[in-house]
Design a protein around this ligand. Sequence first.
Ligand code: NAP
Length: 261
Amino acid sequence: MDNSNANTAAMAAATKTALVTGSAKRIGAVIVKTLHQAGYRVIIHCRLSRQAADALAEELNLARADSAKVIQGDLNNETIYNNLIEQAYQCWNRLDVLVNNASSFFPTPLGHITLDDWNNLVNSNMKAPLFLSQAAAPYLKQVNGCIINMVDVHAQKPMKQHTVYCAAKAGLAMITQSLAKELGPKIRVNGVAPGAILWPVDDGSKGEMAEHTKKLILERTALKRPGQPTDIAKTILFLARDADYITGQIIAVDGGRNLNI
Ligand SMILES: NC(=O)c1ccc[n+]([C@@H]2O[C@H](COP(=O)([O-])OP(=O)(O)OC[C@H]3O[C@@H](n4cnc5c(N)ncnc54)[C@H](OP(=O)(O)O)[C@@H]3O)[C@@H](O)[C@H]2O)c1
């Protein structure tokens, strides 16, 4: 191998890789783009949004060859957790960052909560992040990597008629702190707790968030406006790249929403 080839191989081996779950669209896609722009190779995980994930990977690979890949799987299927991490690792034989971003979100008013609702909300928001972290830990340890969990300001203060979602995010907050204790000193584990960033999409099945609810949320936000997905993505990049002495923390990126929930 001549010197320039050896340098290219060394650079390729040193390039950090990040897996972001549920990242074909919305906040996850912006996290992927932000990490990619900072030089990371990215693994876009999706469930139903395969087309959007492939389009995003194509865009990123055009900007920098061999820098983005797609993996797919439903986090309601608990038999795929280990396999997803194996697939992610095998993309470039290293894994530096796991961002647990995938999430289902819908109201569960008491009296109407089904076991399917419970499973759906708990699987994506709490169970999968834990088991993906468990599977990823041996790989993250090799490179002093990190885990970042997408929590929610409502992990601490309840949102009416969202008991199951809030409980799952509260569990994720505890998992974040607990794993930080257990996985140090090699692996840092942190969380980001967004406030109102992007309103939930109405998929027709569970009802849209009412306009007056959105208005009320913004009135109770100190900065009086929704945040941008880039506000979240910049915080993820900070935690992944620049926060060597931060672990076990959950950073609210919410325009002051948690002051007045
Ligand atoms: N949006 C906000 O303002 C806000 C506020 C507070 C907290 N957060 C948190 O920030 C993160 C991103 O928010 P977001 O609004 O961008 O999320 P989102 O669009 O509601 O969901 C992100 C992705 O999660 C994936 N997903 C859902 N259930 C899944 C399952 N069972 N298996 C695999 N993937 C699944 C979906 O992927 P496919 O489309 O491929 O199926 C979806 O595109 C979430 O963790 C959310 O709880 C967001």
